[in-house]
Design a protein around this ligand. Structure first.
Ligand code: NAD
Length: 299
């Protein structure tokens, strides 16, 4: 049997190309005295969340944009956190406001996400923005699904007409991605199957995919026997698995990339696949928010 020369779809060149496209837009804003600004709320001391927020704000700083992190105690009350969000909603220097998830258990994430001003909701998690996405008229598209579309387009993978199987139904990845891939748009027009923990016989569905997107948070969930040769695989998962490396952990995807080489037409590595695109789309959405607040229209 002839082996497929699997393309490794790394995220960095895609993100770099996107930053190049954003630079002139950032310059136009600069000429008007506007620096796109992000404020990130980090509640508690979850080390993974601190790393994610750090990688987001560092990128803003590298691009000469404003980024501030507000670190709040893990035992902050709902009302106190709502007051901080209200203050930041009103602060003109911040065009984007993100609440890093997960929040400590005592805080109702849905309530708090609804308190972010929709015009500053650059993560696209507010029901207003999620609703607009579902209605086919998006304002802010959640960063990871938007990044996945960008990545596929960069590597010349046409989505239209494919059978896309998504594993995971979160509001952050799976559900918005299902809406985007099935939208009547050039970047969509796929037939979508959405799998989750209630799915009977996951492998039966993943084998039907010619585009498989896995966002389950389960390291190594999808194995070679669960796919059809020639499939395009996007591995969204970032899982910390313990080992004896100096860090004490290793990052693994939901798919074992090595084992898919020679089987998949293309696959994203973990780390270095979808992750850089999530950050790039956050920058892109913040630039868009700044443009809207200044009445600047870009084409
Ligand atoms: P989540 O925990 O909110 O959702 C996981 C989903 O997977 C659930 O809908 C669940 O039904 C489904 N699932 C779990 N186990 C399953 C199984 N055995 N069979 C079928 N379905 C199963 O997670 P999330 O926020 O969507 O994130 C998913 C993964 O993607 C995590 O590892 C997360 O760290 C990663 N992530 C990465 C990026 C990135 O930028 N690369 C961004 C967001 C999330």
């Amino acid at each position: 049997m002839s082996s497929i020369d699997t393309v490794l779809m790394t995220g960095k060149p895609v993100a770099t190309a996107l930053y190049e496209r954003l630079k002139p837009r950032i310059e136009v804003l600069g000429q008007k005295g506007i620096t796109p600004g992000l404020v990130a709320l980090l509640v508690g001391d979850d080390p993974a969340s601190a790393i994610y927020v750090g990688s987001k704000t560092r990128k803003f700083e590298e691009l000469g944009l404003l980024a501030e992190t507000r670190t709040l105690p893990g035992d902050i009350s709902r009302d106190d956190l709502l007051a901080v969000i209200a203050e930041l909603n009103a602060a003109d220097r911040f065009h984007g406001l993100l609440v890093q998830l997960p929040l400590p258990n005592h805080l109702p994430a849905n309530d708090l996400l609804e308190s972010v001003a929709p015009a500053k909701d650059i993560d696209g998690f507010h029901p207003f923005n999620l609703g607009r996405l579902l209605a086919g008229n998006p304002t802010f598209i959640p960063c990871t699904p938007q990044g996945i579309l960008e990545l596929l387009s960069h590597y010349g993978i046409t989505v239209a007409g494919r059978h896309a199987v998504i594993v995971g139904r979160s509001n952050i990845v799976g559900k918005p991605l299902a809406a985007l891939l099935s939208a009547k748009q050039p970047s969509g027009n796929a037939t979508v199957t959405l799998c989750h923990t209630g799915t009977a016989n996951l492998a039966h569905h993943t084998r039907q995919a010619d585009l498989l997107i896995v966002a389950s948070g389960q390291a190594g969930l999808v194995t070679p026997d669960m796919v059809t040769p020639g499939v395009v695989i996007v591995d969204v998962g970032i899982n910390r698995t313990g080992d004896d490396s100096p860090k004490g952990y290793h990052l693994r995807g939901d798919v074992d990339t090595e084992k898919m080489l020679g089987i998949a037409q293309a696959i994203t590595p973990v780390p270095g696949g979808v992750g850089p695109l999530t950050v790039a789309m956050l920058v892109s959405n913040t630039v868009l928010a700044a443009e809207r607040s200044a009445g600047v229209v870009h084409n």
